[in-house]
Design a protein around this ligand. Structure first.
Ligand code: S3P
Length: 438
C-alpha cells in the first residue's frame, strides 16, 4: 500500500517547521499531498524529491523554523484537499502573513467555519465566501496574527482536521493551547508532534481527552517512514472479501486504532482478515493483511466506531450490498460534508448498480444480496463520482462484484489519494474479475 495520506501531509508540514533537513520515505505522491508541498514551498520551505537512493523516492525538506513561514506571492491552491486547506489555515493563523486559499468545486463547497471559528479566537482574521446554508467556504483570505492567543477549545464536531489545525496554530503561540476532544479522532498529529520534539501531553478531564501543547516550540528534523494507508487498503480488503476465490495479501497496512475500525466491522460481518507480521513503522502499528473471500452477514454498525473509519463508509456500503440481510448505519452526518455528500452519492451509485438502499438523514440502510453479484450499471448509465475519489474507487470495487460491471463517469479524482489504484487492482487480478476500461 502507498503511504498514508494523513501522515504524509503532516510529515511535510512539520518538516517545513523544523530547522534542518527532514527526510521522508513512503510519502504518498497523490495530488492532495502535492498540494500541501506546493503551498509549503510558496511559504519558504525547500522540498525536494530525490530518487537517487535504493528503493522508493526520498523527500527532503528544509524547514524554516516555527514562526518562519513567509508571505506567499500568490494564492495557495488546495485542489480537492480538505486536509491541506484546514491544516494549513492552522499554520498560517499564528504567522504574521496573509494568504488566499482556493480549491476545486468540491472543496469550495465544504464548510470552513469549523476551523475559522477557533482560529479567529486565537486572533486570525478571515474573509470567506458565503456557501449554502450560510456556511463559510473557499475561496477565502486569512490574515494570521503574531503573537496569537492560546485558547482552550472543545471540538463541536469529531474532526482530526480541526484538532490538528489548532495544534499547528499553537506551535507558534506562546503559552498552552488545549484542545478538548469529546470523541477521539485520528491521533497522527499528536504522535508526530511529539516525535519532532514538541511539548505535547494528554490530560483527562471528565472522561474527555484533552490535548495540551506548549507553544513557541522548536522542532527537531526527523527521518520519517510513512506507513501504508488503511483507507487505501480498505478497497482491496473489501474486493477480496467479495470476489469469489480471492486470497489476497495486502502489504504495509497502517493499523493505528484511531483508523482501523473498518477491519473490526468487516470481521463482525464474518470477513476473514488476518494480520501478518505486526510491526511498528514511523511510530505507528502496521501489519500485512491476508484477506480471503467469504460470506458476509449484515449488521447494525456501532456509531461509536464512526470516527475510526470515517473515510471507509463508502466501501463498507459496497460490502453491505453483497452481505446476507440488512446492514444499518447511523450517526454519519459528517459524511455529507466530505469530498461529496457521501450518503447521497453512495445511495444513488449503489441503486444504479442494482442494490437496495434506503437513505436516511444520518446513514444508509442496505439490504444485501446474500452474496449474489449486483446486476451492475445499466448500459449507457454512469455512476456520478462527484469529484470524490472514494466514490470512484468504491464503485470500482462494486463493479468487480457485479454481473454487468459498473461504469463510472470520471476516474480522475482517484489520483488525489491513490494514483496506483488501477495498476494495483489489475495486479491483484481485478482485470480478470471484470474491471475494464471502456
Ligand atoms: C483527516 C481527517 C478526517 C478525514 C480526512 C483526513 C486528517 O477529516 O476524513 O480524510 O488527515 O486529519 P475530518 O477531520 O473532517 O473528520
Amino acid at each position: 500500500m502507498p503511504g498514508d495520506k494523513s501522515i504524509s501531509h503532516r510529515s511535510l508540514m512539520l518538516g517545513a517547521l523544523a530547522v534542518g533537513e527532514t527526510r521522508v520515505t513512503g510519502l504518498l505522491e497523490g495530488e492532495d499531498v502535492l498540494a500541501t508541498a506546493a503551498a509549503l514551498r510558496a511559504m519558504g520551505a525547500t522540498i525536494e524529491r530525490d530518487t537517487s537512493g535504493d528503493g522508493g523516492a526520498e523527500w527532503r525538506i528544509h524547514g524554516v523554523g516555527v514562526g518562519g513561514l513567509l508571505q506567499p506571492a500568490g494564492a495557495l491552491e488546495m485542489g480537492n484537499s480538505g486536509t491541506s486547506a484546514r491544516l494549513l489555515m492552522g499554520l498560517v493563523a499564528s504567522h504574521p502573513i496573509t494568504c488566499a486559499f482556493t480549491g476545486d468545486a468540491s472543496l469550495s463547497r465544504r464548510p470552513m467555519g469549523r476551523v475559522i471559528e477557533p482560529l479567529s479566537l486565537m486572533g486570525a482574521d478571515f474573509t470567506a465566501s458565503p456557501g449554502a446554508n450560510g456556511a463559510a467556504t473557499l475561496p477565502l483570505m486569512e490574515r494570521g496574527l503574531n503573537p496569537a492567543v492560546p485558547i482552550a477549545y472543545r471540538l463541536p464536531v469529531a474532526s482530526a482536521q480541526v484538532k490538528s489545525a489548532l495544534l499547528l496554530a499553537a506551535l507558534n503561540t506562546a503559552g498552552i493551547t488545549r484542545v478538548i476532544e469529546p470523541v477521539p479522532t485520528r491521533d497522527h498529529s499528536e504522535r508526530m508532534l511529539r516525535g519532532f520534539g514538541a511539548d505535547l501531553w494528554i490530560e483527562e478531564q471528565k472522561g474527555e481527552r484533552v490535548i495540551a501543547l506548549r507553544g513557541e516550540a522548536e522542532l527537531r528534523p526527523q527521518t520519517i517512514v510513512v506507513p501504508g494507508d488503511p483507507s487505501s487498503a480498505a478497497f482491496f480488503v473489501v474486493a477480496a472479501l467479495l470476489v469469489p476465490g480471492s486470497d489476497l495479501v495486502i502489504e504495509n497496512v497502517g493499523l493505528n486504532p484511531t483508523r482501523a475500525a473498518l477491519f473490526t466491522v468487516l470481521r463482525q460481518m464474518g470477513g476473514s482478515i488476518e494480520e501478518l507480521d505486526p510491526r511498528e513503522v514511523g511510530g505507528e502499528p502496521v501489519a500485512d493483511l491476508r484477506v480471503r473471500h467469504g460470506a458476509l452477514e449484515g449488521i447494525t454498525v456501532d456509531p461509536a466506531l464512526a470516527p475510526a473509519m470515517i473515510d471507509e463508509f463508502p466501501v463498507l456500503f459496497v460490502a453491505a450490498a453483497l452481505a446476507r440481510g440488512r446492514t444499518v448505519t447511523s450517526g454519519l452526518e459528517e459524511l455529507r460534508v466530505k469530498e461529496s455528500d457521501r450518503l447521497a452519492a453512495m445511495a444513488a451509485a449503489l441503486r444504479l448498480a442494482g442494490a437496495r438502499v434506503e437513505e436516511r438523514a444520518d446513514g444508509l440502510a442496505i439490504e444485501g444480496t446474500g452474496g449474489d453479484p449486483l446486476p451492475g450499471t445499466p448500459s449507457g448509465a454512469e455512476v456520478a463520482t462527484r469529484l470524490d475519489h472514494r466514490i470512484a474507487m468504491s464503485m470500482a470495487v462494486a463493479g468487480l462484484a457485479s454481473h454487468a460491471g459498473v461504469t463510472i463517469d470520471d476516474a480522475t479524482p482517484i489520483a488525489t489519494s491513490f494514483p496506483a489504484f488501477e495498476a494495483l487492482l489489475d495486479a491483484a487480478g481485478g482485470a480478470d474479475a471484470g474491471a475494464r476500461r471502456p
